[in-house]
Design a protein around this ligand. Sequence first.
Ligand code: MNH
Length: 556
Amino acid sequence: PVNPCCSFPCQNRGVCLNGREPGTYTCDCENLPFYGKHCETPYFWTRVALWFKPSPETLHQLLVSENLKWLWNIVNNVRFLHDWMIRRVYLTRAEILDTPPLYETMHAYPTIAATTNHSVYARCLPPVPLDCPTPMGVKGKEKLPDVDLLLKTFFTREKFRPDPQGSSVLMTFFAQHFTHMFFKTAYKDNPGSTWSGHGVDMTSIYGSNVTDEHRLRSFKDGKLKLQILNNEEFPMYSKDAPVYMTYPSAVPQESRFALGHPFFGLLPGLFLFQTIWMREHNRVCDILREDHPDWDDERLFQTGKLITLGQTIKIVVEDYVQHLASYYVYVAFKPEVLFGYPFQYSNKIVVEFNHLYHWHPLMPDSFNISGNIVEMKDYIFRSDLVVKHGTAAMTDSLSRQRAGHMSHHNHGAVTMHVLRDTILQGREMRFQSFNNYRARFNLKPYASFEELTGEKKMAAELERLYGDVDAVEMYVGMLLEKRRKRALFGSTIVDMGAPFSVKGLLANPLCSPLYWRPSTFGGERGFDIVKSATLKKLFCNNIKGKCPLVSFRVPE
Ligand code: MNH
């Protein structure tokens, strides 16, 4: 008989366990707020709570509703209401995830390695068992569609389509620079292996290990080593700071810099963020030294790093997440609202979150630098462009150029191969279906292809290729899913991404009660720098002369 767990019978985070007799199984619902053969029945108080709980779709509509602006304005301005709201957001998002994680990428069942082995990603749903009739369990065809046919049919960009939310290219580079701090797949090993530190650890600026960190440091006054080029401070050339970097051999010396991540020479936008953050670290060290003339280089360096880490989280929450969510409620970074509530300060990077964050359609095909159009092929591995045009002009230009829509038919030529690898890696790891992931995140699985895409043409193609809407692959579904009005993402990316994102930011040790106080940051002044950080200040404090436009949204 067919392995009964192949049809994923257990609901609400129940676990399917095969019985002694072939074809038998049980759902383990222990410690869940549900019971029954398939963990389908809520206990009384759970049922009551569910009546009052708005669906993720309703909640989203409320938060972006023009008509409720007045209400959100009150919430934003009444301290206890706002704290309550923010706490609810943090807690309800985080509780959707397994803490500690149950699964990792090397096994199909719970292991202790899910928590202890840092060289594997955690996993949100276990893989489709190997002995199932189809790659998605029991639904769909025996073979998944040819990957190149998928790329051709649904993903290849014909004409650039901009993000209707108005995101700037500066936002996309922020996203890439920030997330590469913890999305670090050890591709040479296998797609489930990682060299991540599993959280916001600032390795993208200071290097991935202590050896590289030492190469980036000046060992004077806590500062990082910088050099003057074209009257501005920039990171050192690779030849002068032999940090491990992966430049193709054709890249000339003047574009080879020593950066926090081996790939950050890839795009000038990443080089820009690296440069600005390194300057910020040094600026912070000067301030710390004023208050602590007795501190040695090491203490200034380590404390400076804690401050830039705090600033990073603050900016990610209040500038970046606020922009992406576009809620009328002010998305605030207030670690203190969680004190005394059940919240665990630990995090592990989950492989499905990594896949979800493959936002390559954001990339345009060319870049406008102060009116000059530079094609992608002339932009890649050209850190020297930032030196030539200057950080001000670069920041201004990136703030004014629109990013692409994260949607179908919008992958530019240079990222097609990444998309191809992503789909294949999802298959290799036997990811469950898009609809199973929706169910896992309390979203209603789509009942038809047309409901999924919101149109007919792609729906028909999808049906021909997959056969069953319950057999669509996770990444494919996330990109082809219909978009809400004027939205960059579909509901799955938002409601699946938000929990990982909230957890990754708020469960940082820095947000815990004993870290989150002035002494951690060298006193009130350092603590204030963290609590008042903004994207704009980050750039304006570190660019000489008139401050350029610094924005995640392009001006109207
Ligand atoms: Mn991108 C991985 C190229 C922009 C998010 N990206 C990769 C890989 C390549 C790559 C190559 C490695 C994939 C593989 O070997 O299978 N990425 C690009 C290029 C551009 C780019 C050429 C722009 C041009 N990438 C972006 C942007 C984002 C992004 C913008 C999103 C914010 N990329 C990712 C993530 C990974 C990745 C996430 C996975 C990284 C990892 O797990 O190590």
